[in-house]
Design a protein around this ligand. Structure first.
Ligand code: ATP
Ligand code: MG
Length: 505
């Protein structure tokens, strides 16, 4: 045994290493997790957090090392055994089945029976109770395919919660949630902690880790760097430990005022119950923000612009000319790009490798010669993007599902850059991205705008909007509440317009 098991530890990881095709992604990890604590797990994209969690749950087997539960060696050969031992997980990538309803998903694999039949009534009731605890009014009979990403996240949390696990692991549960929903989740976690449930919490948002965790472990390149009481470290210390050097300014300096040339004019977008007379302008080379609460209509506006939603009314003027964008192909032809907030559902193809993911849209225009796909050109271009976005991958030929969340996002970004857009819409582009990669993405958006490409940034992270945008439209309940510019872009003004509530009230 390499460490000493503390009697307070419910779980003890003893010299855990993991290799995938002889690439070592976890190296001799030894530490304990105490009963009834919330243990934070942080580290850059690809540091090995999800891999370690999957070992704890039995989804992966360690190459070396062992797991002790209550001081006893345990073998967790599969996920079902993990579940039986009282270990539950809210996975980073959703594991929901779109064609099933909310309650069917929550009870999948744990169905309640009444005699030989399924007790649907009881399952519906229990699912309802669980969602109520998360203050999620979503209908339990709704199909998961019809849910927003935030709702899907809450269903995934409910699915883990109904197991009454002793150890509950949350792998980045807050990436798709807004501040209000995060607070609800944290209240629930505090409640569980009072009941003695042990939790592991992974997040790239250091202020969340500071808020909810009792202790925090930092990982870097598959190695355990530190375990600290949360009171003893501040966000700056944590960032430094993660990155391995001092870390300062996150946002590049604001762009000088963009040119006045209006490149895009959206007029009177209307969709019943979703959008009410949404109009806005976009100037050449600016970073235009869209703020608002979840469900305010920001994503719907952009999907309508991209031809992905049918409008009841509305016009689009591109470079002063009326254009009709009826589908995604029209949008691409007009040089519009859209990084969707739903990376897994509408973004990357899990079963494709990096080159195929990147060339997905640009293939017919750039990589087909004489009726054949020019593989060499496709590979060359993939290499270029891997360098540019610093994608960490053992091999570019690996299917995307094996990549860490942050690296998947970079590949998705690369796909749209390969279409050479004039307007790039980025919907929550830094979700699940570590602080270092975030800064890279901010610098990238900045450089795009400087080169004359107009960017629209939808973000629920206030500091991103304030740090990057020259103008901000704030949406509320399907309409534009206000457009803020320059010094008017403050947290207070954004919140007031998004909620109608003044700070302090
Ligand atoms: N099944 C697999 N096959 C091959 N490589 C894998 C597999 N699963 C993970 N990896 C690799 O292991 C490394 C660690 O990945 P992991 O998903 O644990 O990172 P992470 O810390 O959770 O990152 P993120 O913050 O982006 O979610 C990455 O380089 C990843 O590509
Ligand atoms: Mg992960």
């Amino acid at each position: 045994m390499k460490g000493i098991v503390d009697s307070r530890d419910i779980l003890y990881l003893d010299g855990i290493s993991k290799e995938f095709s002889s690439v070592r992604v976890l190296d001799q990890i030894t530490f304990g997790i105490r009963e009834g604590e919330v243990m934070g797990l942080i580290g850059e994209n690809g540091a090995g957090k999800s891999t370690l969690i999957k070992i704890i749950c039995g989804i992966y087997q360690p190459t070396e090392g062992q797991v002790l539960l209550n001081g006893e060696l345990v073998d967790i050969p599969d996920y079902i055994t993990g579940k039986k031992l009282g270990i539950g997980i809210v996975p980073q990538e959703f594991n929901l089945i779109n064609s099933l309803t909310v309650y069917e998903n929550i009870f999948l694999g744990n169905e309640i029976h009444k005699g030989l039949l399924l007790d649907k009534k009881l399952m519906r009731l229990k699912a309802r109770e669980q969602l109520d605890r998360l203050k999620m009014p979503v209908d339990v009979d709704k199909l998961v395919s019809d849910l927003s990403v935030a709702e899907k996240q809450m269903v995934e949390i409910s699915k883990a919660m109904i197991l009454d696990a002793r150890i509950l692991i949350f792998d980045e549960p807050t990436t798709t949630l807004t501040g209000h929903e995060v607070e609800i989740l944290f209240d629930l976690m505090r409640n569980l902690r009072e009941k003695g449930v042990t939790m592991v919490f992974v997040s790239h948002k250091l202020h969340e880790v500071k808020t909810i965790c009792d202790r925090v472990t930092v990982f870097r390149d598959g190695k355990l760097i530190s375990v600290d009481d949360i009171a003893e470290v501040d966000e700056h210390d944590l960032a430094r430990k993660m990155v391995g050097r001092d870390f300062s300014q996150v946002f590049p300096p604001k762009l000088k005022r963009a040119e006045n040339t209006v490149i895009l004019e959206v007029g009177h977008f209307c969709i019943a119950n979703l959008l009410k007379d949404v109009s806005f302008t976009l100037r050449k080379g600016e970073i235009l923000g869209f703020a608002g609460l979840v469900g305010a209509g920001r994503t719907e506006t952009m999907e309508a612009l991209m031809g992905l939603r049918r409008l009841e009314k509305g016009t689009v003027l591109l470079n002063g000319e009326i254009v009709k964008i009826k589908n995604a192909r029209d949008a691409v032809d007009h040089k519009l790009g859209y990084i969707s907030e739903d990376r897994q559902g509408k973004g990357i193809v899990q079963g494709f490798d990096i080159p195929k993911n990147i060339s997905l849209i640009s293939l017919p225009d750039k990589y087909v010669r004489h009726g054949f796909i020019d593989k060499a050109a496709e590979d060359l271009s993939a290499n270029h993007y891997i360098d540019e976005f610093k994608v960490v991958a053992a091999s570019k030929k690996m299917e995307l599902k094996y990549f860490s969340g942050g690296n998947q996002q970079k590949v998705y970004l690369a796909r749209w850059m390969d279409t050479e857009p004039q307007i790039l819409i980025l919907d929550e582009p830094t979700r699940g991205i570590d602080i270092n990669a975030k800064r890279e993405i901010y610098e990238f958006i900045h450089a795009l705008a400087e080169s004359g490409i107009s960017c629209i940034l939808i973000s629920s992270e206030m500091e991103e909007i304030i740090g990057l945008c020259s103008r901000v439209y704030v949406m509320k309940e399907g309409h534009i509440a206000d457009c803020l510019e320059g010094d008017e872009i403050t947290e207070e003004n954004i919140m007031f317009n998004a909620t109608g509530i003044k700070k302090g009230n």
